[in-house]
Write a protein that binds this ligand. Structure first.
Ligand SMILES: NC(=O)c1ccc[n+]([C@@H]2O[C@H](COP(=O)([O-])OP(=O)(O)OC[C@H]3O[C@@H](n4cnc5c(N)ncnc54)[C@H](OP(=O)(O)O)[C@@H]3O)[C@@H](O)[C@H]2O)c1
Length: 325
């Protein structure tokens, strides 16, 4: 069980959430609505394009936040990472760099930066400990994204050392849940598999094609749990060391596929397209630091989270498939 919120922390806060219209952003806004927050502002990319330094400065000048939760990013699954590595590198590097530096210049009381486990070395010992972050190069398909995000950890540690900036860095594992992106150009593995299985069942197809060999493993964190972890960390953690957010559960992709086709009710064949990459061979994080530093424990059982994800997708197909990037 995660600890109770601290009303004294939130009641006077003016919170800025970047990327608040995104998958994780909407879950974070929901979690903030359970606290008595002074005010919350969540501008869109149309309001302020965070790749533009002047727009970032204008956002801070207009909103005057004293807590920033920086979620805005260009994010996608293996397909998007392979198709747009340069955009994923530069856009994420620019957005993070400008937001952190503007927060420093304006002496914003606290900034929460969301990293990714795509920053870990390709062959990190499992479970991934935060101390392994610099022991090798990330898996090739997601390295531009992972390195751009990791640069923000270096920046906030340097700013903390030189200027005393209060900024923290959290690394969630693969997220899943309602309001995820189901468009094939950007979807991560769970929405991609759900859509394939649902489409195949509806069209009466006798098989689905699944990328890779099925031998890779992943750890999945329900999006509302991740949001609670972020809000708890904002409230209780103030250190320069990065912190994993995970669910203490490693799942082979082969088992995940079985679970999803059963849940959807697709009884055709699963064909593995081994010409496509598996991505990182194994992924599961050590969640000890998040538990010890701010009391975060993921609470949603995987089968329940998956059921909620499928139900949302079936009820919101157009919205779910609308966001190609
Ligand atoms: N999804 C995962 O499995 C996962 C796992 C670990 C970490 N993360 C991290 O969690 C954060 C949120 O990811 P997500 O899955 O919620 O992504 P998402 O649904 O794609 O949302 C990303 C948000 O970023 C905003 N954005 C993109 N480009 C922008 C720009 N140039 N200027 C301003 N805003 C911009 C978008 O705003 P508009 O909608 O207004 O255009 C969008 O709301 C990211 O930092 C990501 O790296 C995600």
């Amino acid at each position: 069980m995660s600890p109770q919120p601290d009303p004294d922390f939130w009641s006077t806060r003016r919170v800025l959430v970047t990327g608040g219209r995104g998958f994780l952003g909407r879950a974070v806004l929901d979690r903030l609505s359970t606290r008595e927050v002074g005010s919350v502002v969540a501008p869109t990319s149309a309001d302020y394009d965070l790749r533009d330094r002047a727009a970032v400065a204008a956002m801070f000048a207009d909103i005057e936040p004293d807590l920033v939760i920086h979620l805005a990013a260009r994010v996608g699954g293996i397909g998007a990472n392979m198709a747009r590595p340069a955009e994923l590198y530069l856009d994420n590097l620019l957005m993070g760099t400008y937001v952190l530096d503007e927060a420093r210049l304006r002496e914003t009381a606290k900034t929460v930066v969301i990293g990714t486990i795509c920053s870990y070395p390709k062959y990190t010992p499992v479970p991934f400990s935060e101390t392994s972050l610099w022991q090798g190069y990330p898996e090739e398909t997601n390295a531009p994204y992972g390195i751009a995000k990791l640069a923000q950890l270096v920046q906030l540690q340097a700013n903390r050392a030189q200027y005393g900036q209060s900024a923290i860095y959290l690394m969630p594992t693969n997220l899943y849940g309602p309001r995820d992106k189901f468009h094939p150009a950007v979807s991560h593995v769970i929405p991609a598999l759900i859509k394939k299985a649902v489409d195949a069942k509806e069209s009466g197809a006798d098989h689905i094609d699944v990328w890779g060999t099925g031998s890779a493993s992943r750890e999945f964190l329900y999006v509302d749990d991740a949001a609670e972890g972020i809000v708890l960390a904002a409230e209780r953690y103030d250190g320069g060391e990065p912190v994993n957010l995970g669910a203490d559960r490693e799942l082979p992709i082969r088992d995940l596929v079985e679970i999803i086709v059963k849940l959807v009710g697709f009884d055709g064949e699963v064909r593995w397209d081994t010409t496509k990459p598996d991505g990182q061979p194994r992924r599961a994080v050590d969640a000890t630091r998040a538990r010890e530093r701010f009391g975060f424990v993921a609470g949603t059982p995987f089968d329940e989270g998956l059921r909620l994800t499928l139900d949302w997708y079936l009820a919101n197909r157009a919205e779910a498939e609308a966001r190609p990037f």
